[in-house]
Design a protein around this ligand. Structure first.
Ligand code: GUN
Ligand code: FE
Length: 448
């Protein structure tokens, strides 16, 4: 036969596929046949009408047919989530960021010294995010190397694609027992990377300075060097609140800007993702553009902690890569559907303030939640949409799921309307199956 792919075909699906491309925010592919090979990659996408020719060519027999109110969309990418804060998600949103960190966050994160505590929370967060359609998550863990390694193992065990960061911080004036020495932080980061790198196919380590106020210049320098020498991802926070920006000015008086603090320690690369960025200047956005660093937009958190409203349109106009993040537990929801809605809400709040504002469309936000996130994490060579050769990371959405939150009154609605209804009204009851690299990971396979 004339198969282009060396691997055989494992599964073939027929129905509607909805995804974003580099040119189009929402592309609807109706009555397509999509083949996934035994390595989990998309082997072909063809017309449903050509099923006979394609089955001859590729040598498959069984085809899974989607229902009338179903479609496949790419899995969603959470570009910023604190797995360690999931235990108090939905609470403790009554303080500004810097107080919130001291009063709630640091005391909880200190508990991850206890591996059984960590295992319990990390299992819940991986399962919850997968069920909500997060096929790729970029996680912050805590300063504890062994618990951070455990998070990587749990993501692998449940089949989630993950970037996992052991948090680095050598400054903590409020809770002195929740910090490291610069030597510990550097050494443990090296141990973390050494143990996690290449251990699991879908899990990678991320160099994770918490944010400039928690790190000495020496530590930032060491971490920049580690990332550079190992060609690793980097994540941190930036310009979330004005108070924080002012603090960084005080702590790092010799730098041009908050962004310059990271830049001068080699922490701005095309594999860097920085959360929030609500208060960045044009000059700082230019530096993001030049270095290829990206922003994780975390609208629930920005609103819940009264941090600011990121002007996403301005970021996109600067041609800076941007994905969406839940930022649990500053953001109270672990669901990327919530991040989609809060992104639209924030854009509409900016429109209320300025009626000339160019409001984001749901189509654009759909792209940010999928392909945009993959680009922001520099994973779009393998994920983010339905292109032949990419991994099949996908959600099977049934907008008419029994007992679900969507009533389809006009049952003849087309796929674009079904997508819009799912994004605005849907929940995990509509996500009937989740696939990562071709493997079905939701519903969960029951353990022994
Ligand atoms: N800045 C530094 N650490 C954190 C954190 O844990 N959450 C949020 N939202 N911002 C931070
Ligand atoms: Fe965060």
């Amino acid at each position: 036969s004339s198969n282009e792919s060396a691997a055989g075909i494992a599964h073939v699906y027929r129905g509607t596929f909805v995804h974003a491309t580099y040119h189009t925010a929402v592309e609807i592919l109706e009555d397509r046949l999509l083949g996934v090979d035994t390595e989990g990659k998309i082997a072909f996408i063809g017309s449903g009408k050509e099923v006979d020719r394609l089955s001859q060519k590729w040598g498959f027999e069984a085809v899974t047919q989607l229902g009338q109110h179903e479609f496949f969309m790419p899995g969603m990418v959470d570009t910023h989530i604190h797995a360690s804060q999931y235990s108090y998600a939905g609470t403790a949103l009554d303080m500004p960021l810097l107080q919130w960190l001291n009063m709630y966050t640091f005391p909880v994160e200190a508990c991850y010294k206890d591996l059984e505590f960590a295992r319990n929370v990390y299992t819940h967060v991986v399962k919850r995010t997968l069920r909500n359609g997060t096929t790729t998550a970029c996680y912050f863990a805590t300063i504890h190397t062994d618990a951070s390694l455990l998070l990587g193992q749990i993501a692998n065990d449940f089949g989630q694609r993950a970037l996992v960061g052991k948090v680095c911080m050598d400054t903590n004036n409020f809770i002195p027992h929740y910090k490291e020495t610069p030597e510990e932080s550097e050494g443990e980061t090296n141990r973390f990377i050494g143990e996690l790198l290449k251990k699991y196919p879908l899990v990678r380590p991320v160099v994770t300075p918490r944010f400039a106020p928690s790190c000495s210049a020496a530590l930032l320098g060491h971490l920049g060097e580690i990332a550079q020498n190992n060609d690793l991802h980097i994540q941190s926070h930036i310009s979330e609140t004005k108070e924080e920006v002012n603090l960084v000015k005080e702590l790092f008086p010799d730098y041009d800007s908050y962004t310059d603090v990271y830049h001068r320690h080699n922490l701005l690369t095309d594999k860097t993702v920085l959360a929030h960025g609500c208060h960045l200047t044009d000059g700082e956005l230019k530096l993001f553009r030049e270095t290829g660093a990206s922003i994780a937009h975390c609208p629930n958190s920005n609103i819940s902690l009264c941090s600011g409203m990121l002007d996403v349109r301005r970021v996109l106009n600067h041609k800076v890569k941007l994905g969406l993040g839940t930022d649990v537990a500053g953001g109270y929801s672990p669901s990327m559907l919530d991040a989609v809605r809060r992104t639209l809400d924030t854009s509409k709040a900016l429109t209320i303030q300025d009626t000339q504002y160019h409001t984001l469309t749901f189509e654009e936000v759909f792209r940010l939640a999928t392909l945009g996130g993959s680009q922001a994490l520099s994973l779009d060579e393998n994920t983010g949409n339905f292109e032949v050769g990419k991994d099949f990371d996908a959600l099977r959405v049934n907008t008419d799921a029994a007992g679900g939150p969507i009533d389809l009154i006009n049952h003849e609605e087309g796929p674009k309307v079904l997508l819009e209804k799912f994004l605005n009204l849907g929940d995990d009851r509509n996500i009937v199956e989740v696939y990562v690299a071709g493997k079905r990971v939701v519903p969960f396979v029951e353990g022994p």
